[in-house]
Design a protein around this ligand. Sequence first.
Ligand code: NAP
Length: 555
Amino acid sequence: MPSQASDPNNREHLSSSEIDVVVVGAGFSGLYLLHKLRGLGLRTRVFEGASDVGGTWYWNRYPGARCDVESMQYSYSFSEELQQEWQWSERFSAQPEILSYAEHVADRFDLRRDIQFDTLVTAAHFDEESRYWKIETNRGDRVSAPFLVMATGCLSSTRVPDFKGLENYTGKTYHTGNWPHEDVDFSGQRVGVIGTGSSAIQAIPVIAAQAAQLTVFQRTPNYSIPSRNGPMTPEYEQQWKSDYASLRAEARKSRNGVLTNPNEVSAMAVSEDERQRVYEDRWEVGGTYFMAAFNDLATNQQSNDTAAAFVRDKIRSIVADPEAAELLAAKDYPIGTKRICVDTDYFEAFNRDNVTLVDVREAPIEEITETGLVTGGRNFEFDAIVFATGFDAMTGALLAVDIQGRGGRTLTEKWRGGPRTYLGLMSEGFPNMFMITGPGSPSVLSNMMVSIQQHVDWVVDGIAYLRAGDLDSIEPTREAEDGWVGHVNEVAHQTLFPQANSWYMGANVPGKPRLFMPYIGGVGAYRDKCDEIAANGYDGFCLQEAKNRVVTAAE
Ligand code: NAP
């Protein structure tokens, strides 16, 4: 539980002169930021909307929620004691254990005393005169600080589609990304799940085992790989712990920040038999490693087709009803271009007598009624509806705050045509405002723990650099930002990713600009680029001294 010091009503300590950095969010980014900033001696205030730490792992408590990056890799590397002492119980840990880990980190580093919980930052305006950010919260706080770090997460703004009649429904409703803290018992109930993304794919088998009847409404089928999850073995744990330093270093240099044992061969360079053997091996190992079976699955349509066909055949071999199997087998976008899913008995769930699959692609959900919903002229009645309908990804949580930069320009206005950042870390016109894993960085295409730590280290080093040089502001130049936005786009279009209607493309939110938001150039290459820019005196950034002297990297 939050400590006394985090009482949101206790605001005495918040007078503006006392704060150097305001951090928004106390998930894994915010926690590490606070720890690092304290190390620099900077007075930091973290605002968090939830009642405790954990971010995504605080909110996403739906049945079956777990991470599909192995726990030995989905964990902090900044403290040797922490990574040696913490013990994970499973290969892929479930949400309660990951949340306990976040809570442990908060306790271990005594972080809660600088976090104000149950508080949403509603506005952040840059004051050009003082060069301070003026922050407002939904609890009436008014604070200002020279630096603002948005650690708001990429998948934290939940989305329920604008279904006609939604307000009329009298049964229980849930969203996977905002699940109640008390136990939800579906025993004996008729449950409808809308959506078949990663969250639904994890939740469906667990809900199916409990509910009397489960109806799944699918618009787009997803490719999913079995997780082969199991208890952590002491041998496997030791394999990592005895060599953590070099394994973590390798992950930082890798493509996705995860060690996936990549096979650096094209799928087209081997025989059909060999291809099948490789896919079978990866299918047996389980998890997202499947996508590293060959080196060109993300870029070569022919290669991708072979992987997609393999997974479709697996689905057909698991699902007994051929009609359901065909509906569940994705066919109209390349595998991996919508986030690959990882499951435990997802396709198997459709062999249960109490589970029904309903295709809502041809006949979309027409309306939600008092007792259920209507699609294709059919009426369905439910005791509970689960919206597994995803998030306004990557930009949603940032744009939910009224952010105004220089000249009163809002971030919403600036990003009307899509997010514009330099390195996914900053946006021109918004001095001293940093984003952790912002759009234009590898973020959601990577092991978030690796990307979070890289960004936090870069941001904190940047602030230290400013302080050491008696500089008081940093902001990307328009030119550098334009170049980066162009590069992010160009690299994305060298891949198959833009072909899918994915949340990476903003395609799940009506009216959202369609462009590929994360940076797909690779975690290692991206890190090198960020480091090089910093080493060159922050190339592409404009730095300002307190006396208004403009310093560019060329000086
Ligand atoms: P999601 O991938 O965006 O899935 C949302 C689902 O809702 C999709 O199947 C979507 O269909 C459907 N949907 C949306 N609007 C609809 C409508 N009007 N009618 C019918 N269906 C509709 O969201 P998510 O499953 O919450 O996952 C989001 C991301 O969170 C994942 O991609 C992953 O990055 C992360 N995540 C990770 C894990 C993990 O580590 N294991 C677990 C959960 C989530 P369409 O596809 O047709 O839009």
